[in-house]
Design a protein around this ligand. Structure first.
Ligand SMILES: [Zn+2]
Length: 199
């Protein structure tokens, strides 16, 4: 009756009752959403949200897409950097740039490529989709850097390790000094992912 239904209440009128409730809920929500949109339009924000959907995804209550793009990953990175300005810091910054470049490259890649942005997400976190809105703000990928593997004698290659339980990735700095080697090491690690996991 709160929804404006005034007819008989019995099983025979079930459809009519449900329709009245549905309509009531819809019109109320539509009005609220319309008002929200008008509010956003004051600063042209709804156009910005439409143009930059991935940036707005954590803000938008209307989010339905759970597809992971490069921005979703990079915007949730929480790198543990060395002291600003030192040599290690410089190398770490470069690796983060390489990582970003690689994600962009994967995003533009053709469908035949095995490694995709969602597969990177899957490899690091154990799942290939976005978090639900409630978890979105708390989600972060901890990025660590291993500067010490060169102390291990007689080895030519190390791969990044991931811990899906804690959403952590650790890059072996010594083996990814330029983009080519970074990409090579990363794609190999992702391809044979399970073998390099450290739970
Ligand atoms: Zn190494």
């Amino acid at each position: 009756m709160d929804c404006g239904y005034t007819g008989k209440i019995d099983m025979e009128h079930k459809e009519n009752i449900l329709r009245a409730i549905g309509l009531h809920v819809m019109t109320k929500r539509m009005h609220m959403l319309q008002q929200l949109r008008e509010g956003l339009d004051i600063y042209g924000f709804s156009q910005v949200m439409q143009a930059k959907k991935s940036a707005a995804v954590c803000l938008s209550p209307e989010t339905t897409s759970r597809y992971v793009d490069s921005h979703y990953i990079t915007s949730h990175l929480a790198p543990e950097m060395s002291e600003r300005g030192c040599n290690k810091y410089h190398k770490e910054t470069q690796i983060l740039e390489h990582f970003q470049d690689l994600l962009h490259e994967l995003e533009d890649a053709t469908s035949e490529d095995i490694t995709t942005v969602p597969s990177v997400m899957q490899w690091i976190t154990g799942h290939a989709h976005r978090h639900l809105l409630s978890d979105c703000q708390n989600f972060k990928i901890t990025v660590k850097f291993d500067h010490d593997c060169h102390k291990m004698p007689n080895h030519t290659i190390c791969y990044p390790t991931v811990s899906a339980c804690t959403d952590t990735i650790k890059f072996p700095v010594a083996h990814m000094s330029d983009y080519g080697s970074f990409k090579n090491v990363m794609t190999t690690a992702i391809k044979y992912g399970a073998g390099f996991d450290r739970a």
